[in-house]
Write a protein that binds this ligand. Structure first.
Ligand code: DGJ
Length: 766
């Protein structure tokens, strides 16, 4: 793969701060920031040529208007000089004018105007009671912050607005960039102290999003836990606040920084949906609230809990980017917009190209766990290659004194007992079998039983003189410390230099505890959550620049670190340690609400024996479940029968013919697996609409009902599509070929019977 010059705005922004972040414990952003979106040229690959985003300012009404994709976003400067939201929704006609912004009248003495006016970025000051975007303590103890418009500039697809406190030189620069294809808007804020004294930021969001007033909104978010990620939750928005967040130092399994809100009876295929995703891999929070006047706001950014960020005179802090969009065609289209946006704007790729399709990989973890050695891995590699696998990944266990999870993390030398000749012979063998080689690391962690910890016990995140809570027998290195950052970058760089490695699986298997940083000044200690993540991003960005052929996977005990920040620096994510192919249908359904199947790794494993639920599935079922994302195999191939090999070989070959459609096409969730559904089905359509593939699953037949008819979506109604069966069977009268209109309107009957049955059908234009 060529070097990714279109590393997303996040990664480029963070790459710019590498040097500074590694030298200074307290990050201060002095360089002008790059645009929030890649150049319009990098959007190639999106269907049709999107008209450029337009951004205008109407002097007469003092309103800003952004139009991109199917979306218009308008806000204005009101009589008090606050930025006030006016419209966000379906694209309006160019001649349409939205009335100027007028701040809300005092509703009652308890609800004065400042709090009920829907502001774009409200400081906590005057009588603000809703969630503020920014809260400051000035050096003299003053905590009143009232932000007013000062100036703006418009350049290409980015609008920049400068706000200033009404009396003090605290400046906030807001940036708005709209993607011309999807209408997804990226917003961030830079907070700058131009006063003569220090001040402290206590809360900083990237943006507030205001929705039209109403009471019939439903919010959707993803919750979960280890081995149970991406559970989709939906609830009516009621007066008060719902906060989804992570206080764990990383994105977390428990909530994911994504939301969607629909108005009225929105469904998968119709209705108004607003959605957003925060590009940040550290502690974060998104507050969804309905105020006393039934106004809906969403505010998100750094988690304010235990947060305190001092700025000396002249220093700045840049927030993460909060991306958000609108769909008038239901939840399905909302997801497809996000998927297209992620592929074009977030995930690393060569200029003017889509990201490289994910190779079929084999991973040793579930087969061998820590018992890796040259002979065992070679035997697995030979078997994997015979299936058509393209990438062989050796997981945990190859380094230090790693026999189990009690020791070795931090000591990144090749274990001489397991690999007496180093890794070179294994890598050579893997290459000779026609595969590239990937290696597992958990760079941010250390076991107390390691040379590293014995030498540098002070390198872990801890409070001086207090217990250090271990989880999986490990502690978290303080990546914010320059010497730790240098050590972590150093061993990764050395291993990637010494060996021909194409892929790094970057794991992270616990959350923070006792988040102390006694090595730095007292007032800077709570900057840890920001400084740590900046160094994490900067290490990845620097490795990518130095080793441009290496691809990265973000893993955190499964899906604990999946967000648009890390995705700017990694090609894929490990979805979940739960590889039960039936559970995965639910996890994958939730996942695709926020993230493209193009990054969603899914392994076929021996789940009847090692899986969460200890139940049996056919090899075909396991493959069809995994083939809806990036296909991997994690089984112990030494235990497979000739029949397993034959089925797997067939499935891998079939997958290679449809992976571009699955990974980069448009996803339609035809039948949801949510709510204990007996059936589920997905369908992907290639960008040129020449190919489509449908996957259908039955949990357990009940009462002998036939499977529901599938009505395909997104095909060219006038083109003729011929069916090809990957696995399963169709009702006997099904025509071999028919028009797109036929498959979409008449539908198709797939035979599914018994327990855990599945089918995969390709529709190919003739
Ligand atoms: C957690 C990951 O999710 C697994 O895939 C595996 O890499 C283990 N860690 C190894 O310790």
């Amino acid at each position: 793969m060529r070097p990714s010059s279109s590393l997303s705005q996040i990664s480029r922004a963070t790459a710019k701060v590498i040097a500074r972040a590694s030298l200074l414990p307290l990050l201060c952003l002095l360089a002008p920031q790059p645009p929030l979106l890649a150049s319009p040229a990098a959007l190639a690959g999106a269907p049709g040529a999107a008209a450029p985003t337009t951004i205008t300012y109407d002097n007469a009404t003092r309103t800003f208007r952004l139009d991109g994709g199917g979306v218009t976003y308008i806000f204005g400067i009101n009589e008090r000089n606050e930025l006030q939201s006016l419209y966000w929704g379906h694209r309006l006609a160019p001649a349409d004018r939205i009335p100027a912004a007028h701040f809300a009248k005092e509703h009652a003495s308890f609800d004065a105007s400042n709090t009920t006016t829907p502001q774009e970025f409200a400081g906590w000051g005057a009588e603000l009671y809703v969630e503020p975007a920014l809260k400051i303590t000035f050096a003299d103890g003053n905590r009143d912050l009232v932000l007013h418009y000062i100036s703006h500039t418009i350049a290409a697809n980015t609008l920049t607005i400068v706000l200033r406190d009404i009396s003090r030189d605290l400046f906030v620069t807001l940036r708005y960039s709209m993607d011309s294809d999807t209408g997804i808007l990226g917003r961030s804020a830079t907070i700058e102290n131009r006063t003569q004294a220090g001040l402290t930021i206590e809360q900083a969001a990237a943006a507030s999003w205001n929705l039209p007033r109403g009471t019939d909104y439903t919010m959707h978010y993803l919750s979960g836990r280890w081995a149970g990620e991406s559970a989709l939750h939906s609830q009516l928005i009621q007066p008060g606040k719902t906060v989804i967040e992570s206080r764990r130092g990383s994105t977390g399994h428990q909530n994911n920084p994504w939301f969607a809100i629909n108005r009225g009876p929105a469904t998968e295929q119709s209705g108004d949906v607003w959605f957003g995703a925060l590009a940040w891999s550290g502690s974060w929070s998104i507050t969804l609230e309905q105020d006393q006047l039934q106004q809906i706001r969403v505010t998100g950014g750094f988690n304010p809990f235990d947060f305190s960020y001092p700025l000396s005179p002249g220093q700045k802090l840049e927030t993460p980017v909060f991306y958000a969009g609108y769909s008038s065609e239901g939840m399905g289209e909302a997801s497809r917009l996000l998927h297209r946006f992620e592929l074009a704007q977030i995930i690393p790729h060569a200029p003017n190209q889509l990201p490289r399709p994910r190779p079929v990989l084999y991973n040793s973890w579930e087969a061998t766990e820590f018992n890796v050695d040259e002979a065992g891995q070679t035997a697995l590699a030979e078997k994997a290659a015979s299936l058509g696998v393209e990438r062989f990944v050796m997981d945990d266990g190859w380094f230090g004194q790693r026999k189990d999870d009690h020791a070795g993390l931090g000591d990144w030398y090749v274990n001489p007992q397991k690999f007496p000749n180093g890794l070179a012979p294994l890598i050579k063998k893997v290459h000779s079998l026609g595969m590239d080689f990937g290696l597992w690391f958990e760079p941010e962690m250390v076991n107390p039983d390691s040379d590293l910890y014995r030498k540098h016990p002070d390198w872990v995140i801890h409070f001086e003189g207090r217990p250090e809570t271990q989880a999986r027998n490990q502690l978290v290195l303080n990546l914010a410390m320059p010497e730790v950052r240098a050590y972590v970058f150093g061993f990764l760089d050395k291993t990637l230099t010494d060996y021909d490695i194409a892929f790094v699986k970057w794991d992270y298997n616990r959350n923070w505890s006792e988040p102390g940083w006694s090595a730095t000044k007292l007032e800077d200690q709570k900057t840890l959550p920001v400084a740590y993540i900046h160094n994490l991003y900067s290490i990845l960005a620097e490795l990518r620049a130095k080793h441009p052929k290496v691809e990265f996977e973000s893993c955190s005990g499964g899906g604990g670190r999946i967000d648009l920040g890390i995705l700017g620096l990694t090609e894929e994510v490990w979805t979940s340690d739960n590889t039960d192919p039936f559970d995965r249908l639910l996890i994958q359904d939730g996942f695709t609400h926020a993230y493209t199947p193009g990054v969603m790794m899914a392994w076929v494993t021996d789940s009847s024996t090692t899986g969460r639920n200890h139940r049996n599935f056919s090899t075909a079922y396991r493959f069809l479940s995994s083939m809806q994302g990036g296909l991997g195999i994690g089984s112990n191939l030494n235990k497979w029968t000739p029949d397993d090999f034959a089925t797997a070989k067939h499935m891998v070959a079939e997958y290679k013919t449809i992976r571009e459609t699955v990974q980069h096409g448009s996803l339609y969730r035809l039948i949801s697996p949510q709510g204990g559904s007996e059936y589920s089905a997905t369908q992907s359509v290639s960008r040129d609409r020449k190919q489509s593939v449908a996957f259908a699953f039955l949990h357990s037949s009940q009462m002998g009902y036939p499977a529901p008819r599938l009505y395909l979506q997104g095909l060219d109604p006038n083109a003729v599509y011929r069916t090809h069966i990957i696995h399963g069977s169709l009702s006997k009268d099904t025509p071999e070929s028919a028009s797109g209109a036929f498959w979409m309107s008449h539908g198709i009957d797939i035979d599914l019977q018994g327990d855990y049955d599945a089918a995969g059908i390709v529709f190919q234009q003739q």
